[in-house]
Design a protein around this ligand. Structure first.
Ligand SMILES: *[C@@H]1O[C@H](CO)[C@@H](O)[C@H](O)[C@H]1NC(C)=O
Ligand SMILES: *[C@@H]1O[C@H](CO)[C@@H](O)[C@H](O)[C@H]1NC(C)=O
Ligand SMILES: *[C@@H]1O[C@H](CO)[C@@H](O)[C@H](O)[C@H]1NC(C)=O
Ligand SMILES: *[C@@H]1O[C@H](CO)[C@@H](O)[C@H](O)[C@H]1NC(C)=O
Ligand SMILES: *[C@@H]1O[C@H](CO)[C@@H](O)[C@H](O)[C@H]1NC(C)=O
Ligand SMILES: *[C@@H]1O[C@H](CO)[C@@H](O)[C@H](O)[C@H]1NC(C)=O
Ligand SMILES: *[C@@H]1O[C@H](CO)[C@@H](O)[C@H](O)[C@H]1NC(C)=O
Ligand SMILES: *[C@@H]1O[C@H](CO)[C@@H](O)[C@H](O)[C@H]1NC(C)=O
Length: 458
């Protein structure tokens, strides 16, 4: 994942609030068409930032970031499924095939600086396509096989020589963050394995999901008593320490995977019932602060000081959809999840008054535009609006191969690539745009200071 461009315009923050009395995205949370229209407005704003379908551009590739393309297509597939609007489906299919590499989302243009999590978001997007019945393309990889390709490649990276298991965050030893084993990476493979188990019925995937979950709970990443989800741990000290920054998507990625395991096991295994209830309880308490009324999602680690980077701005959107899927496949959670999705959507829509054209901001709880804008802001708002459609129609749950899913399976997909050949490639990372989680803490302190210097010097 890459560092954001610093694009918080202080001038606009002040002036825009005064000059613009723009309309928010109008939203009646109890009206299906209103939710769809609002989601359409937010998605349109997101796609103003996508140039990958124009001549001379690379399909699926966004400027300065590769992983966000996967998150964007995942959002668009969900948007299509819940709204029925297929406006962007062609961009989705073309972009997701273009970046597929050898059927495992490890394309050689970008693979020398990818982390496991970057690859995983494309794998999860492909899994989403299979589960939501986006038809396979006739001349490319099936969606299911792409998810299997990512699974196979990452399962092959399982590292028992450090901390008795787990995936490293980064793939190559020259990458900053290589020493880390983190939650989004391990939670990502856990969730993908759980979803493959449920979709295909193949118990090998379920065994992997169990193994990844149990390992995560054996190190300071995941607590199955307090249900704390930490951000990272470090192989250099045997995974004994904890980087405990709190992020919505880390909770969401484990919660979502546990929900799929609950459903796969027909609700008969208390391990997954407890996991879903425990993680959901902490997620709802922590990221829907009572000081904002208790129903509005907030990225609590970066929003108060306005230091969220582009990656972090997307996290709320990811949690939104994982909560929606959880409500659908663990029906007992529906009643506690829906009010949180509704409160967040109402607030998020009110944040979209920017630039007189419904540009959305970062912080939903302010219930007005906060001066931020970008593809990431639009993506999260598109997701929270889309997620609210679970209350409007039945039969919206992700399917399986026995309940209507027909994406073609290839259990050995993606296994022709190995990391060993790439391991010798020495790409110099000089751009300074790699972000190690180690830098995140530093960045958080530095940004307000930079802003202050900027204010004083202009
Ligand atoms: C809204 O206006 C901004 C600033 O002019 C622009 O960058 C953005 O693309 C516009 N968005 C839409 C949806 O027109
Ligand atoms: C690219 O997609 C957008 C929708 O996001 C559409 O408005 C535009 O016409 C497309 N451009 C080309 C060249 O197909
Ligand atoms: C790789 O880079 C080449 C040259 O810029 C470009 O034509 C191609 O579309 C890129 N492929 C991917 C998968 O990004
Ligand atoms: C799979 O299902 C989709 C719709 O769910 C349909 O459009 C497609 O034709 C089906 N493919 C096959 C091979 O049956
Ligand atoms: C769940 O129930 C279905 C239908 O009764 C059954 O076929 C399947 O084997 C069960 N799955 C597990 C993991 O027990
Ligand atoms: C989580 O559990 C605690 C303790 O049982 C309870 O007080 C709290 O209301 C729960 N939170 C939610 C959101 O259900
Ligand atoms: C599994 O998910 C389906 C929706 O696809 C739902 O109807 C069913 O009740 C869930 N199973 C359990 C045990 O909750
Ligand atoms: C189940 O998945 C495993 C792991 O990918 C694979 O080796 C095996 O062939 C699959 N089994 C079937 C019946 O598809």
């Amino acid at each position: 994942m890459l560092l954001p461009r610093f694009r918080w315009s202080l001038t606009c923050l002040v002036l825009c609030q005064i000059l613009h009395r723009a309309e928010a995205i109008s939203l009646d949370i109890n009206d299906e068409q209103s939710i769809k229209d609002a989601a359409s407005t937010a998605a349109w704003g997101m796609m103003r930032h996508y140039k990958g379908n124009e001549s001379g551009e690379i399909p699926g590739k966004l400027p300065n970031t590769w992983w966000e393309g996967g998150a964007m297509f995942m959002t668009l597939i969900e948007y299509w499924h819940f709204t029925g609007d297929s406006t962007y489906n062609n961009e989705v299919k073309v972009g997701m095939q273009w970046q597929a590499g050898d059927g495992n989302y490890f394309p050689s243009n970008w693979s020398t600086y990818l982390g496991n999590d970057d690859q995983m978001f494309w794998g999860l997007a492909a899994m989403t396509a299979a589960e939501l019945r986006l038809p396979d393309v006739s001349d490319g990889y099936s969606w299911l096989s792409l998810a299997q390709g990512v699974f196979n490649m990452q399962a092959g990276r399982w590292d028992t020589s450090n901390c008795d298991g787990g995936l490293r965050w980064q793939i190559w030893a020259y990458q900053a963050g290589y020493a880390m084993k983190n939650s989004v990476t391990n939670g990502g493979l856990f969730q993908l394995a759980a979803r493959l188990a449920r979709y295909t019925g193949n118990s090998t995937y379920a065994e992997w999901a169990e193994k990844i979950w149990d390992w995560s709970a054996s190190v300071p990443l995941l607590s199955n008593s307090t249900w704390n989800v930490a951000d990272s741990t470090d192989v250099d000290n045997g995974c004994s320490t904890q980087g405990n920054n709190q992020w919505t998507y880390n909770y969401g990625i484990y919660l979502g995977g546990a929900a799929y395991m609950y459903n796969y096991t027909n609700g008969t295994n208390t391990k997954w019932t407890n996991a879903v209830n425990g993680l959901l309880n902490v997620t709802l308490d922590k990221f829907f602060p009572s000081k904002y009324g208790g129903d509005i999602m907030s990225e609590i680690t970066c929003e108060p000081n306005e230091v969220c980077n582009n990656n972090e701005i997307i996290f709320k959107g990811l949690l939104s959809m994982w909560l929606a899927f959880t409500a659908l496949i663990v029906p007992s959670t529906y009643d506690s999840i829906l009010p949180k999705l509704q409160g967040s959507a109402v607030a998020a829509a009110k944040s979209c008054t920017g630039n007189s054209n419904n540009t959305c901001g970062v912080r939903w709880y302010t219930e007005k535009w906060d001066g931020w804008s970008g593809l990431e802001e639009q993506m999260s708002v598109t997701s929270i609006l889309t997620a609210n459609l679970i209350s409007m129609e039945s039969d919206m749950a992700p399917v399986t191969s026995t309940t209507g899913g027909n994406s073609t399976s290839d259990p050995s997909a993606g296994s022709s690539d190995s990391d060993s050949e790439g391991g010798t490639i020495q790409t110099e990372i000089t751009t300074g745009d790699r972000v190690g989680a180690a830098f995140v803490t530093v960045g958080m302190a530095a940004v307000p200071i930079a802003a202050l210097i900027f204010m004083l010097s202009t």
